[in-house]
Write a protein that binds this ligand. Structure first.
Ligand code: IVH
Length: 707
């Protein structure tokens, strides 16, 4: 068949699109294809050819348009139609029982639930307008996320257009879904990445999330992603009245819904479901990390409401971590950035829920002794979520000869210094000269929440220390392109970029500088508290234990650790040197509504003198300067402005008249950005310095491990 079909190419294109949509749906969503792959390809090629010869026939939701245009420069931040909350969860049954009791107390005995597998993927919002997929946004912080529409379009099971055959399509429909990667696909992808010398993903969830965050949709298109939809976030029109009806509606709109979701009357049926799913877990093609129980009745959900973190009408029962048995080959002491020497177990690689595990943390020498773990033992290992696997216990092997008990070496494996026991832990006291610690400290100083020096990762830090390029942390700031280019893996471009990134870090937010020093107990949050309390590095450094304890959340132990660390002569020397190379910028004070703005005044004002205006601006935290540069936020031009006005025009700096100035001073309306809306670079008066994240994710490593 071709263009000679009655009705012409337009009609044929419509037929082909309809047929391809249907076959895609049957294949990708229902898993029940009706035509062979060859036939599908034939139809696809015909449509493609037709669209090529008649470009006016291409529609945005045509099956040929899944992989769209050019790569993006960056993702757009988009606010969700409704907040994407988290889930209340536990691995124990008791909190689930209490959840059920709360529901019954609030709503009476006549309630029902729906239970669903908890998919371990990347959470996403899909928005359909008039049945067309209009945007897809990652969960982000729950309020806003990144627009990854082009990438989501490449997932074949995501309909670009909702089916309207069985159910009317609402004008607006915002959905919540989980993007997953099947375990087999994940392994194949990792094998491919390894083949081309790239870093594999740690687990299918990271692979799914990482694939969604590709700026080039063609890369995402080559990643085998899939999706399950499970919730309506917002709907224009009458919402289904129950979760069961919701899932049914989603199915009718042609969306993939997990086939295991089902009603449950009570905790008993929920636990039965959990047992069933857990039993099936290893045979499932995708990763799940628990089950979710949800009130079926949507009106009842509104009655119980939500907290800012999670809805009160749902609860996740998490699976206990996966365990596996393998053989421990070797125990190796590894020196961390803080000088702690940690015994690491090297094991025969073993699969733990989609991930191959070959190393585990044995924590400290007492732990090794307590568990009596020796080289050559058979051990049970466990992996909980993303946490580094643990060796739980050794298994008895009667009749098998065992190695001698493992002992911590007396000297540091990295620098040979005599190690010091502290409680169950062992430390290398050679804080700044031990190569392992030095590399760790350099890496930490350059890390994302510290000076954020791009290109200074673990590998580079190790290389710089191993090759003797850096023997002392502050020497980082003396690196030059020529020296770097002599190192393997550095070309002119990467060397130049690193040197530039280091130069860019010479001015930084105070909190980042404090965090970057790797002071024991001082994670991102504490560093931020310290910065906003002391406002200057010198004030912080001079603080004694008592003064430190006035800082929010600071206890005596923390205060003592901080002063003890900063008081050490070798620390002091490094800090002095770093301080002479880096300028930490204090955070804006409360009331500094104009903090971060650089303003130039030119010409005469009517309502006040220029110097008066300058003082008022400064009182609100603005910086008033005399010359116009690209860093200038506004030039205020009064009567007979000087040459500064012309310069502002040339540089494209925004120009305000007196009325604009008065608005600034009153913090009044108008379209002027408040400092909070300015890029962090402008707030801190620093070029291209990203702000510290608003809050550190709970349990993040940077908060708990010391220097
Ligand atoms: S319901 C706020 N149902 O689990 C209520 N969530 O750990 C909406 N998740 O971020 C969530 N499978 O992305 C729900 N069947 C399911 C789920 C599910 C996976 C994810 C979800 C959430 C995370 C919380």
């Amino acid at each position: 068949m071709s263009e000679s079909t009655p009705g012409g190419p337009e009609r044929r294109a419509r037929e082909l699109r309809r047929a391809l949509r249907r076959h895609s749906y049957l294949y990708y969503v229902r898993n029940r294809p009706e035509v062979s792959d060859e036939r599908f390809d034939e139809l696809f090629r015909e449509l493609k050819a037709l669209e090529e010869s008649h470009p006016e026939l291409v529609t945005p939701d045509s099956p040929t348009q899944r992989v769209g245009g050019a790569p993006l420069d960056a993702f757009e931040t988009i606010e969700h139609t409704a907040p994407m909350l988290s889930l209340d969860s536990s691995a124990d049954v008791e909190p689930l029982q209490r959840f059920d009791e709360r529901m019954r107390k609030a709503l009476g005995e006549d309630i029902g639930y729906v239970v669903e597998p908890k998919l371990d993927g990347a959470s996403i919002e899909l928005v359909y307008e008039s049945g067309r997929l209009s945007r897809a946004v990652t969960r982000g912080d729950g309020i806003r996320g990144e627009g990854v529409t082009e990438n989501i379009r490449t997932i074949h099971s995501v309909p670009l257009r909702l089916r309207a055959a069985d159910r009317d399509v609402p004008p607006l429909l915002a959905l919540r879904a989980e993007v997953i990667m099947r375990v087999g696909d994940f392994e194949a992808l990792n094998a491919r990445l390894l083949d081309s010398d790239r870093t594999p993903f740690a687990n299918p969830r990271n692979a799914a999330a990482g694939s969604l965050r590709q700026l080039d949709p063609r890369i995402t298109a080559a990643r085998p992603l899939d999706i399950y939809v499970y919730d309506i976030l917002a709907i224009d029109g009458r919402p289904p009245s129950t979760q069961r009806a919701t899932l049914e509606a989603l199915r009718e709109w042609g969306l993939p819904v997990n086939e295991r979701c089902r009603p449950a009357a009570d905790v008993g049926e929920t636990l039965a479901f959990q047992a069933e799913v857990e039993e099936a877990r290893d045979d499932l093609e995708y990763e799940i990390d628990g089950i979710v129980i949800k009130l079926d009745d949507i009106a009842a959900r509104d009655e119980v409401g939500e907290t800012s973190h999670h809805p009160r009408w749902a609860f996740a029962l998490k699976f206990p971590p996966r365990k596996e048995i393998t053989r421990l080959l070797h125990i190796f002491p590894s020196v961390g950035r803080t000088g702690v020497v940690t015994p690491i177990a090297f094991m025969r690689p073993v699969e733990l829920g989609g991930v191959t595990v070959s190393r585990a943390n044995l924590h400290n020498r007492e732990e090794v002794a307590r568990k009596d773990i020796r080289e050559g033992d058979r051990v049970r290992v466990q992996r909980a979520g993303d946490v580094i696997p643990q060796v739980l216990e050794r298994l008895e092997e009667p009749g098998r000869a065992r190695a001698e008990p493992w002992v911590m070496p007396a000297e540091c494996p990295s620098c040979g210094t005599v190690l010091e026991p502290r409680g169950p832990y062992t430390f290398c006291p050679n804080l700044f000269a031990c190569p392992a610690q030095l590399a760790g400290r350099i890496q930490h100083l350059g890390s994302r929440h510290a000076l954020d020096i791009e290109g200074l990762g673990e590998e580079t830090a190790n290389l710089l220390v191993r090759k003797g390029v850096i023997g002392h942390v502050p020497e980082l700031f003396g690196l030059d392109v020529v020296t770097l280019m002599e190192l393997e893996g550095f070309a002119e471009k990467s060397a130049t970029n690193l040197v530039r990134a280091i130069a860019g870090a010479r001015t930084t937010e105070l909190a980042r500088f404090i965090y970057g020093l790797g002071i024991p107990e001082v994670g991102v949050t504490v560093a931020r508290e310290l910065a906003s309390h002391f406002l200057s590095f010198e004030a912080f450094r001079a603080a004694d234990e008592e003064t430190l304890q006035q800082v929010d959340g600071m206890g005596p132990r923390m205060a003592e650790q901080i002063t003890a660390f900063l008081g050490r002569p070798e620390v002091s020397a490094v800090v002095d040197e770093l301080r002479s190379r880096v300028e930490p910028v204090p955070p804006p004070r409360a009331g500094d509504t104009l903090a971060g703005l650089r303003i130039v005044l030119t010409g005469g004002l009517e309502s006040m003198s220029r110097s008066e205006a300058g003082k008022k601006l400064e009182a609100l935290g603005a910086k008033v300067t005399s010359s116009v540069s690209r860093q200038t936020s506004y030039v205020v031009a009064g009567e007979n402005p000087g040459r500064k006005l012309g310069r502002a025009q040339t540089l494209g700096v925004e120009i305000l008249e007196e009325a604009g100035l008065l608005e600034l001073l009153s913090g009044g309306p108008g379209a002027l950005p408040t400092p909070g809306e300015l890029p962090a670079s402008e707030r801190a008066g620093v070029a291209s310095e990203p702000a510290l994240p608003a809050s550190e994710p709970a349990g993040s490593a940077s908060e708990t491990d010391g220097p």
